[in-house]
Design a protein around this ligand. Structure first.
Ligand code: SF4
Length: 406
């Protein structure tokens, strides 16, 4: 994109009187910076078909607004952050939690555990001038230890748990024939989109928590017990490519006995900012490994960040459980006339068939949901990621600028 890369502007002249909207736990809107270019409206309304913000009034009074000027938290915003990626002047940004995490790191009574998503390790390097896609897992782990985290875990462990849980849930729904298709629930943008747009289909969503939530709850139960630490003193921080995970982390139902599974979610951009604030020479850090016992993940978990990864991992699990054999390559075919949607059919040795669809981008997801409502399409399993391209191009990833980068 030809993004202007203006993120934080210090005003020197007359400042607009418009208040910042801090109501959402994920997205902050500063309408005083808005230049009415409408890119966010295109990203939110046309591309994602969420339509949480749009042009209002017109003429000299034109503004970009939520419906009836309501606060963002009361709109249909799904927190995917694609508006942030589109905004050239920083009028939209993630709700920063950097200071919250610094405070916890500085508190000697707190035991601060961090976990990182697969899509972060392949994007963080961009913030430090490394070529796009450079894998910096070892340097990232080293940097997190230097920032003061007590344990550095891999969210891939949680992804493996999700795969096992979701695979067995799929098998049991195939057996009962109820609530099919099973729809993945690891993308909080998609879950909120369903809540607003297809509430009668909520029973189709998987009952599994997303990987970092599963891992957060494991840290505050299994790990806390093993390490002899009171869970009340444990702080779980997730580093995610995603702004919607901030909203997910704050959801009341993802807590137990008053403790959130995950306390803070930082985006890849926020982690890069912390590393820069600490003055670490990131590029020259020596590689370090994740901590055990929650530091190991399988090959299946690594593909979670890419679109189709969750479905593939779950299908492989189901096939192996029912046949005792590994599944060969999964061949997908593109759905005609529907860009961003692919499908496949897996035959199980039990005689059951799993008709699967993989979708990225909420605009595509809406098209598929409508095709299913019309009866034009039937599936048993659906993987949906809200962001076009999946988490790898999530709303919390580095913003790549054409010709204007630092
Ligand atoms: Fe977050 Fe990934 Fe969903 Fe985007 S696709 S909202 S990055 S979980």
């Amino acid at each position: 994109s030809s993004n202007l890369n203006i993120r934080k502007v210090t005003y020197t002249g007359e400042k607009s009187s418009q208040e910042k909207d801090y109501t959402s736990p994920a997205i902050v809107r500063d309408a005083s910076k808005c230049i009415l270019c409408g890119r966010c409206v295109g990203a939110c309304g046309t591309m994602q078909t969420v339509g949480a913000i749009s042009f209002a009034k017109r003429g000299f009074d034109t503004v970009i607004s939520t419906a009836f000027g309501r606060p963002l938290a009361e709109s249909t915003c799904v927190n995917c952050g694609q508006c942030i990626m589109a905004c050239p002047v920083g009028a939209l940004s993630e709700r920063e939690n950097i200071d919250d995490v610094w405070d916890d790191l500085a508190d000697p009574a707190k035991y601060v555990v961090v976990q990182t998503a697969p899509a972060v390790r392949v994007a963080l390097g961009e913030e430090f001038g490394l070529p796009v896609g450079t894998r910096v897992t070892g340097k990232m782990v080293a940097a997190l230890r230097k920032l003061g985290f007590d344990k550095v875990f891999d969210a891939n462990f949680g992804a493996d748990l999700t795969i096992m849980e979701e695979g067995t849930e799929l098998l049991s729904r195939l057996g009962s024939g109820e609530n099919l298709p099973l729809m993945t629930s690891c993308c909080p943008g998609w879950v909120k989109f369903m809540e607003h747009n297809f509430p009668d289909r909520l029973g189709n969503l998987s009952t599994c928590k997303s990987p970092h939530e599963m891992e957060g709850s494991m840290v505050k139960s299994f790990f806390a017990k093993k390490a002899g630490i009171d869970p009340k003193n444990i702080v779980v921080v997730s580093i995610m490519p995603c702004t919607a995970k901030k909203y997910e982390g704050a959801r009341e139902e993802l807590s137990r006995e008053g403790l959130q599974d995950v306390d803070w979610v930082l985006t890849t951009r926020e982690l890069a900012a912390m590393i820069k604030e600490a003055g670490l020479d990131f590029v020259n850090l020596k590689d370090e490994a994740f901590d055990n016992p929650i530091g190991k993940g399988s090959g299946a978990a690594v593909i979670f960040g890419a679109t189709g990864g969750v479905a593939e991992a779950a299908l492989r699990t189901v096939f192996e459980i029912t046949s005792g054999k590994a599944l060969d390559t999964i061949e997908y075919t593109a759905v005609r006339g529907m860009e961003g949607i692919k499908e496949t059919v897996i035959d199980l040795p039990t005689g059951q068939r799993i008709r699967t669809a993989v979708v990225h981008g909420l605009g595509n997801a809406r098209k598929l949901m409508e095709a299913m409502e019309r009866g034009d399409k039937t599936y048993d399993f659906m993987e949906v990621m809200a962001c076009p391209g999946g988490c790898i191009t999530g709303g919390g990833q580095p913003i790549v600028d054409a010709g204007t980068s630092e």
